[in-house]
Unconditional design. Structure first.
Lengths: 368, 368
């Protein structure tokens, strides 16, 4: 059932919008009040390129929330469930953000520029509102803003070659999540080793929205010898890799501990953070759910089935957030949040995908 | 340039989604992380029905942020730039919400259920996060949540007849923005006299997501004698009527005073509210911009041109947020935020709509 998308004025266009249209974008989604390409008409080819070659993605929707001022570090830590006190300038960290009840409200990458300047490169919720409410109510000396910054991702096993051809071999030495300022033909940007896939790659944080098409075309040209092509954050690869999609996998009650993000939550952190007391209670009472992979029986599954109840003996014991057919595994795979006491070898699980129910077996994550 | 929309799992489906698909929705947008129909394939017919007949719209995206607890009233007032202290249970009010810098962050309808229970029926930003941050940081005894509530709008000059045929003649006596609990074939709902048009109408706040198709079909059947049809919040009518679209007309720096919402801002309110001090400074320094209508010269304009600079003698003096062709006026009309000292009879204004610049003349709002 293909529907059109309304290109209305209430949703912002990315600085790469025109370039993606010129390169044949076929489908959009919306994220952080901005259009994001969903695919360019060849989803399977785009997946292959990510796994075996190199793809470029307009991920300007990863908006930056800038914390600037003498209390920026204190605010950053207070917003963040992970102990970030030893983070160095030029370093990034994946950080769960929780509300006061310990529920996950975003899972950005925190980029530390300086002791008085941080960015949160956010998933799909209005963290600028959240951060500014807390900063103002606590009287912090911090300005919260959304700077003119729009990431372009280069992902896949050949991504490092493309980015090194553009910027030099130093990019090979960047550690994961680290970043450095750079310039390309007068375009100001950051080069970060990061991206929402497990295939390796970089994100080029464009710092001048008027140069979006220029940056896109630079990367496209540099990638020609590597058969680069346009794509988008890839649901199939992210499920194979077990990556969390905040807006998909985390219902509004989910906490980071049940979502499998425990290693990014530091309940012993000396500083307080939003949700710390609530998460300590969660631990004391026992974590009620856990995030698992599922193999689903039967023929190739439609990707439009979501979310669905996970059942055991007719009782709902969880929710499947998304399912896909994995070309690498040649199986239907899915992600789910299920009751924590269901063991990995549980028999009799089923996913109620409407007219097409499937048997389910639990898999460890990542799938591959 | 028609593009598809990705029906992905990170964006929620409305309880009316299946019904709108069955009734031929052709185009969607996204609002509050949820799909909303944009049109059903006949935008001009849908406009005509709104102006002369009756239309039904899936506006489940108007999510409710519920404030419940002994401090709910105190929080509601603190979040709101309008004095709401005399609001009665069963009454609604249009209320600007500001951040601590006095910038508009949403313009919901506040529904007062009881002294300890309010809903904010929100525009497109995450006010549940905003409200819960402020409630928690101030130590208010309030629970902030998103209840299972999804409005269905019935709009147009014949809307009252349709809604009265369903619920009885008492709906004619409901004052604007007032609401009452009701039930229809076991479906729990509120009937409110409200809606995002100036053509009159009602919103039925569905309180059980599992009954979306049932409610849709009830309204459709009741509307048959009045030639009801499906539609969506209508950009042409809202510009003719001068209605504010928060995500479209308010850039991230805009305050409610320059947006023309001054009559809903009570700077003399005895209670404090977020942004009050900042807005007093705005008044003291003089309001810098104002919201106006524009007539644009030339042939029928494309609706896809937005936002565009408004220029005077080659200098940018404002931003046009959206333009349409008005069938009632047989003219191109637009909304803009311009410098406050530009007078209504200013000559020489132009809107730089890319390849197709237009001369502009200021109009009072509403246009019609």
């Amino acid at each position: 059932m293909p529907f059109q998308i309304a290109i209305g004025p209430n949703i912002r266009k990315s600085p790469f919008f025109d370039a993606t249209v010129a390169d044949g974008v076929a489908s959009f989604s919306v994220y952080n009040h901005m259009f994001i390409p969903a695919h360019f008409g060849d989803p399977e080819g785009e997946y292959d390129r990510l796994i075996h070659g190199v793809a470029m993605w307009d991920v300007a929707v990863q908006r930056q929330v800038q914390l600037k001022g003498s209390d920026a570090g204190e605010l950053a830590q207070y917003l963040t469930a992970r102990d970030i006190r030893d983070t160095q300038p030029g370093q990034g960290k994946y950080v769960p953000l929780c509300d006061h009840d310990g529920r996950l409200i975003n899972d950005p990458v925190l980029l530390k520029h300086a002791v008085d300047k941080y960015w949160l490169s956010i998933a799909d919720s209005d963290i600028a509102l959240w951060a500014s409410a807390i900063a103002a109510e606590r009287g912090f000396d911090v300005q919260v803003s959304e700077p003119d910054v729009s990431p372009l991702a280069v992902q896949g096993p050949k991504a490092a070659d493309v980015v090194a051809d553009i910027f030099g071999d130093w990019v090979h030495d960047l550690e994961y999540f680290c970043f450095r300022e750079a310039e390309l033909d007068g375009i100001p940007l950051l080069v970060a080793r990061s991206g929402w896939s497990k295939q390796g790659g970089y994100e080029l944080y464009l710092r001048d929205a008027s140069r979006g098409t220029d940056l896109w075309n630079h990367v496209k040209t540099a990638g020609l010898p590597y058969d680069i092509g346009p794509g988008a954050p890839n649901d199939v690869e992210r499920i194979e890799s077990g990556l969390l999609s905040y807006g998909t996998d985390a219902d509004k009650h989910a906490n980071p501990l049940e979502l499998g993000l425990g290693k990014f939550v530091d309940l012993e952190c000396e500083d307080d953070f939003v949700g710390k007391a609530a998460l300590r209670e969660v631990v004391a009472e026992g974590i009620k759910r856990r995030r698992v992979g599922l193999f689903l029986s039967g023929g190739r599954i439609s990707q439009n089935v979501h979310p669905c109840p996970v059942c055991l003996d007719g009782n709902i014991v969880g929710t499947m957030s998304e399912c896909v057919y994995s070309p690498r595994l040649k199986k239907n795979i899915a992600l789910a949040l299920i009751e924590a006491d269901i063991s990995d070898d549980q028999k009799g699980l089923a996913v109620e995908t409407g007219d097409d129910p499937r048997k389910a077996n639990i898999s460890a994550l990542p799938f591959c």
